[in-house]
Design a binder for this molecule. Structure first.
Ligand code: SF4
Length: 375
């Protein structure tokens, strides 16, 4: 079984911190949707299985898609692939797009999971991030989604935002907990190069993000959420029992996926490829049948590095025997030696032959996985 990711690169407004490939111009949208549909046909044999157990519409803002656009994409997928009976179909939505009509449309098209980009419940912070919605939209979008049968629901919240103090962050988490939402993705605000946020900080028009504040927020979140039966199943993801995101779990378990649309990545266990991050280039190449992606053959060491980096971020951890099975005894011996160093031993535990991060290890996750890499 495999996954499909579809990138819809259109937004109504550009958020200050955003470095996803997206544009506010809708000029090329009809042509781009046609190209996406064509790419599904062109690459239908990329995966070694045509049985799909998760589809994810990311962006950009996929909740901008109309009925005609969505149904043209779905009918091409159904022409080439078989969707498993419990196929998870997620669509990222912005709160201001969620209406009764939109929810009906999404349901009719087969979407069964929504990931709502709320980011904050505070109007001042939303404005600072240049989000298009306000806190009222955010709350209404969750209530409406639940009312119209989207029980499989996730929201995003950002922490470490300048101006978000510990008390306000606790309030944000309480709003989430009181809304009975089964899944949360929560990230530290990172300042990416070439974003408006980066530019504003450089010009002293916006305070820089404070890593210590981000760590405090992460600790507060871990503590508050663990009291309420959420499984912290990946560094940035929390779910109630049975509500883990199948699509993201497939990434973290190093399963194959096909990425459709500009800037999307694909992986088929031996190589990785990524489509052009340019709408114009992407449309033209698909039309002319040219190569529209870059390609990288992965060495055994590359695949090992990725396997340990992703595995260590999860609550199921890295299965020690699996390392030998996948990468052979030479790499496995290296791995066993690395997990024996003091810093690793202090921040991990081994249960059922799997190495997992402790609470403190989660704070140090990036540095710890780098200790395992073969460079
Ligand atoms: S809505 Fe999402 S993709 Fe669009 S600009 Fe904001 S963060 Fe970026």
């Amino acid at each position: 079984m495999a996954s499909i990711y579809i990138h819809i690169p259109f937004c109504k407004k550009k958020c200050h911190y955003c470095n996803f490939f997206s544009t506010v111009s809708q000029k090329e949208r009809p042509e781009l949707i046609n190209s996406i549909v064509d790419e599904i046909s062109l690459r239908h044999d990329y995966l070694d299985s045509n049985i799909i157990d998760s589809i994810y519409f990311g962006g950009g803002t996929p909740s901008l898609l109309t009925e005609i656009e969505l149904s043209s994409i779905f009918s091409k997928i159904n022409e080439h692939f078989i969707l498993s009976s419990d196929c998870e179909i997620t669509l990222e939505a912005n709160p201001d797009d969620i209406s009764i009509d939109k929810l009906k449309l999404l349901k009719d098209q087969g979407v069964n999971r929504l990931s709502i980009g709320i980011q904050s419940f505070d109007d001042g912070l939303l404005e600072k991030l240049n989000r298009i919605h306000n806190s009222k939209d955010a709350i209404k979008s969750v209530e409406l989604s639940k009312k119209y049968g989207f029980d499989n629901l996730s929201i995003d919240l950002i922490f470490g935002i300048p101006g978000l103090n510990n008390e306000l962050w606790k309030k944000e988490i309480d709003i989430f907990l009181n809304m009975d939402i089964p899944h949360l993705s929560s990230y530290f605000l990172t300042v990416e190069p070439n974003t408006a946020l980066h530019h504003l900080i450089k010009k002293n028009k916006y305070p820089n993000v404070d890593e210590k504040l981000g760590i405090d927020h992460f600790k507060i979140l871990m503590d508050k959420i663990s009291d309420r039966k959420y499984d912290h199943y990946e560094i940035s993801n929390y779910a109630l029992d049975g509500m883990i995101s199948k699509h993201n779990s497939n990434y973290w378990k190093s399963k194959s996926y096909l990425g459709i649309g500009p800037s999307s990545h694909s992986y088929n266990l031996v190589s990785r490829q990524w489509n052009a991050s340019s709408i114009k280039k992407y449309i033209e190449s698909i039309k002319n049948g040219n190569m529209f992606f870059d390609f990288e053959e992965l060495s055994l060491e590359d695949r090992y590095n990725e396997f340990v980096m992703l595995g260590l971020r999860t609550s199921w951890g890295i299965n020690i025997s699996e390392v030998e099975k996948r990468f052979g005894s030479y790499i496995s011996n290296y791995f066993k030696a690395r997990i024996n160093i003091t810093r690793f031993k202090e921040n991990t535990i081994i249960t059922d032959n799997c190495i997992k991060l402790t609470r403190n290890g989660k704070i140090l996750a990036d540095g710890l996985s780098a200790e395992l890499f073969i460079t």
